[in-house]
Design a protein around this ligand. Structure first.
Ligand SMILES: *[C@@H]1O[C@H](CO)[C@@H](O)[C@H](O)[C@H]1NC(C)=O
Ligand SMILES: *[C@@H]1O[C@H](CO)[C@@H](O)[C@H](O)[C@H]1NC(C)=O
Ligand SMILES: *[C@@H]1O[C@H](CO)[C@@H](O)[C@H](O)[C@H]1NC(C)=O
Ligand SMILES: *[C@@H]1O[C@H](CO)[C@@H](O)[C@H](O)[C@H]1NC(C)=O
Ligand SMILES: *[C@@H]1O[C@H](CO)[C@@H](O)[C@H](O)[C@H]1NC(C)=O
Ligand SMILES: *[C@@H]1O[C@H](CO)[C@@H](O)[C@H](O)[C@H]1NC(C)=O
Ligand SMILES: *[C@@H]1O[C@H](CO)[C@@H](O)[C@H](O)[C@H]1NC(C)=O
Length: 367
């Protein structure tokens, strides 16, 4: 009986030491690593050895994962589920992985993300890779709620690149106070708002390359300035170099230490300034003041033109008068004669009217 128990115990020990590897996976006990790569698996395999610290289940066709998928794997520190078809992350899916530091879900199709999807006991998660992981831009709302509720205070690195994100909900990262690196490259972000980055006081690197930012207005610049020690990357945005970008250009000139790729930021519009360095565009290149002075010049020109025309008309008038000087003279004489005749007639009548008797009569009447 004792022998049998011993034998069983020995077997259990041996069996656990030489734990079988799940079918279609490769297990290395020495490296504490299990790989199930591109094997058309439809679910997370059962029977992954308990010694596993690094687990790759990549390039398969897994759609669903949940808390039951990762039972008994409390030694795992690195889990990669990249290149699958995962569409939903349920609450507490990874909660049992008490030492999980790095979780890679890149290249999946997440459309439903539970509020506590990324909660890990012990808050041990340091890196979360969600590059090209969201099914579409609508999933960002779920993601924002999940980043809020998953207790990710110790997260250091978050990769959200290649996700077609058009906007970021306000305060989406406000519960990631330990974050050091944030990758948002190759999305379609058109604006940075007041509180987009609030709460990220320890951020050291912010990658916004290859987005759709055309201008960074004052509000966005203030938001970036609120990240005290961040190194910024902004290359590959379609910056529009028209009047109004001067404040951005001046900010850039003054922030060349923080904006690591400041020298390679180029205008995309208008066509005449394409590929011009933003650092080199000033109000003169943009033609903002030039346009004003040109308008002033046009106004002055029109005054000069009006004056010339009026002067010319006056000259013609005088010339016509000169040509007709004889006729005019004659008419003036005629007029003078006519006047004289009238005057003489009037004079005669006046003398006739001024008969003293008549004037006396009139005086009496007045009295
Ligand atoms: C919490 O994490 C630390 C290492 O980060 C580990 O040593 C410790 O065992 C963990 N606690 C539990 C309960 O798993
Ligand atoms: C996230 O995954 C993508 C693709 O799998 C990879 O290119 C990228 O380097 C990863 N991000 C980080 C921060 O490791
Ligand atoms: C995203 O996908 C869901 C279906 O999973 C759909 O209902 C929604 O309209 C899509 N959103 C966009 C912006 O395409
Ligand atoms: C940007 O992301 C899209 C998918 O959203 C991908 O097809 C494309 O290759 C990425 N571009 C770069 C330069 O990484
Ligand atoms: C931006 O946030 C500050 C407080 O942080 C607030 O006073 C200000 O009104 C906000 N501006 C806009 C445009 O929302
Ligand atoms: C850029 O900044 C320097 C000082 O750091 C200043 O001398 C220079 O005039 C600025 N250039 C422009 C175009 O604002
Ligand atoms: C701008 O640069 C891109 C890539 O360097 C090039 O393909 C394009 O022809 C350039 N456009 C102009 C107008 O110089």
């Amino acid at each position: 009986m004792l022998a049998l128990t011993r034998a069983l115990a020995l077997c259990a020990l041996l069996c656990s030491v030489h734990a079988p590897c799940p079918p279609r996976c490769e297990c290395s006990e020495a490296a504490q690593t299990v790989k199930c790569v591109s094997k058309e698996l439809r679910a997370v395999p059962t029977g992954v050895p308990a010694y596993t610290r690094t687990l790759f289940i990549t390039g398969n066709q897994i759609r669903h994962i949940g808390p039951e998928s990762f039972r008994g794997l409390d030694q795992v520190t690195t889990l990669s589920l990249t290149n699958n078809r995962i569409c939903e992350v349920k609450a507490h899916t990874f909660a049992g992985l008490a030492r999980l530091r790095s979780l890679d879900l890149s290249n999946n199709q997440l459309s439903v993300v539970a509020p506590e999807a990324f909660t890990v006991l012990n808050q041990s998660l340091r890196e979360l890779n969600l590059s090209r992981a969201l099914y579409n831009h609508s999933s960002v709302t779920d993601l924002a709620i999940s980043l809020h509720w998953s207790s990710l205070g110790n997260l250091r690195v978050l990769d959200l690149s290649d996700n077609s994100l058009v906007y970021l909900p306000p305060r989406v990262f406000s519960h990631l106070s330990g974050l050091r690196r944030l990758r948002l490259s190759n999305n379609s972000l058109v604006a940075l708002q007041n509180s987009t980055f609030s709460g990220l006081e320890h951020l050291e690197e912010l990658d916004l390359t290859l987005n759709a930012l055309k201008v960074l207005p004052e509000e966005a610049l203030r938001e970036l300035d609120s990240l005290p020690r961040v190194a910024l990357l902004l290359r590959g945005n379609p910056f529009t170099c028209t009047c109004g970008i001067e404040s951005f250009a001046a900010w850039l000139n003054g922030s060349q230490e923080r904006v690591r790729d400041a020298g390679s930021l180029l205008c995309a519009f208008p066509a005449s300034l394409r590929n011009t360095s933003i650092l080199s565009v000033g109000s003169r290149t943009l033609g903002c003041y030039q346009r004003d002075s040109r308008a002033e010049l046009a106004l002055q020109t029109s005054y000069v033109f009006l004056g010339t025309v009026l002067g010319f008309v006056g000259l013609i008038f005088l010339f016509v008068l000169y040509l007709n000087r004889r006729g005019i003279k004659k008419r003036v004489y005629d007029l003078r004669d006519a006047c004289r005749e009238v005057w003489d007639g009037y004079h005669y009548r006046f003398e006739a009217d001024s008969d003293p008797r008549l004037s006396q009569v009139s005086t009496h009447v007045e009295l």
